[in-house]
Design a protein around this ligand. Structure first.
Ligand SMILES: *Cc1c(COP(=O)(O)O)cnc(C)c1O
Length: 379
């Protein structure tokens, strides 16, 4: 085979060009225009969130969420160590401190350890969770729904209510994932906590080139996020700004692409599910997703003892794969931060290999990848 089988690439075969052409012909290219509001409305409708605010990236959306929740430089935020670094960097943008938590077998935040940490390492007084090691106020948790999965939100929300913690859901990888049963039946990833964030970066399940969306059922938070994302302008005519704002709004051109991509989302999920099942049927056993959920199957995790050999050998065969992220609490900007009993994350860090999962991956390609993985592993 001569062609490359990429890990995850955009799939642009719908109305993208038509909508972008309209935005260009109408000369509405910047941070105002009807594609932005249409895209916001359609995301809100799809996820059943009350409010949606389009912004420049998922990272910007997380930054805005922390600002809107009034998290300050003296505060602490609980975060996972096993995730993409963009989930954590915004905590540092506002000068606050992250506390790193372990994952469970879903690769997402472990609720058992989260509860243990709150119970044993903190004191709860006057409605505030105080970290005994630093005497600082822990105000929020950032939960990341890894690879299209859903973290155990039933447990996590229970802990958050008990200890008065705000919940930011980094659902950048999980647009389309929702509970099929249980307490949160019908609820989409991103709409269970206080604020949720989706990303439309090039490798996500749908893309706008670059972009993000913040969703919330809280009107105050949604309005605040929009205000902060548009330079905190209080008076349109006289340029009165009463706060420090940001230039974080999505453009109409990006939203035109997003609107067309959203029309294809369910189709993409269907293909990803079929390919996930095809890998499994061919003895490439992939990590299971949350069985209480309809997930979006964004990334496939293959557990192997030969991770680095596979990456190298598959690369030679033009099959792109990648290891899971280096644990954030071990990276230089974060190595002095507090972390709590990190164990499982180390295990998964060593073993997880992400294998091709694009929504335009053909079944022949899947079979080819299966064959090559087995060949390398048996050699
Ligand atoms: C992609 C991603 C982000 C950031 O999204 P951008 O739109 O690229 O800024 C944040 N967190 C996680 C877990 C991601 O995968």
């Amino acid at each position: 085979m001569d062609k490359i089988i990429p890990l995850s690439v955009p799939n642009i075969k719908g109305n993208e060009i038509k909508y972008v052409e309209k935005a260009l012909r109408d000369e509405w290219v910047s941070t105002a225009g009807s594609f932005i509001t249409d895209f916001e409305n359609n995301i809100a409708q799809y996820t059943k969130a009350k409010y949606a605010v389009a912004c420049q990236s998922g990272t910007a959306g997380i930054h805005l969420s922390l600002l809107a929740l009034n998290i300050k430089s003296d505060d602490e935020v609980i975060v996972p160590t096993l995730t993409f670094i963009a989930a954590v960097n915004p905590v540092k943008y506002i000068g606050a401190s992250p506390i790193f938590m372990d994952c469970d077998d879903s690769l997402c935040l472990d609720p058992k350890k989260l509860r243990q940490f709150c119970e044993n390492e903190c004191t709860f007084k006057e409605d505030k969770l105080i970290n005994r090691h630093t005497n600082k106020h822990i105000k929020a948790i950032i939960v990341v729904h890894i690879f299209g999965n859903m973290a155990n939100m039933e447990e996590i929300m229970d802990i958050a209510y008990k200890y008065n913690l705000k919940v930011i859901e980094d659902a950048t990888e999980s647009l389309g994932t929702f509970y099929k049963e249980g307490k949160y039946v019908g609820k989409y990833a991103g709409t269970i906590g206080d604020i949720g964030i989706y990303s439309f970066n090039g490798n996500k399940i749908i893309t706008t080139g670059g972009g993000g969306m913040v969703v919330s059922n809280n009107e105050y938070l949604a309005k605040k996020i929009k205000y902060l994302s548009t330079q905190a302008k209080d008076d349109e005519t006289y340029f009165i700004h009463n706060e420090i704002g940001y230039n974080y709004r999505m453009t109409n051109l990006q939203a035109a692409v997003g609107l067309a991509q959203l029309e294809k989302l369910e189709e993409f999920i269907k293909t990803k599910e079929e390919n996930y099942n095809l890998y499994n049927k061919n003895n490439i056993k992939l990590l299971k997703f949350n069985e209480k959920c309809r997930v979006n199957y964004w990334f496939y995790s293959y557990l192997t003892e030969k991770r680095d050999v596979l990456i190298k050998e598959l690369q030679k065969m033009k099959i792109q794969t990648r290891p899971i992220w280096k644990l954030i609490h071990t990276l230089s900007p974060y190595k002095d931060c507090q972390s709590y009993k990190i164990e499982k994350a180390n295990y998964y860090y060593d073993k997880v290999l992400n294998i091709p999962c694009s929504s335009n991956l053909s079944s022949q390609d899947v079979l080819y990848v299966c064959e090559k993985i087995k060949m390398i592993e048996n050699s």
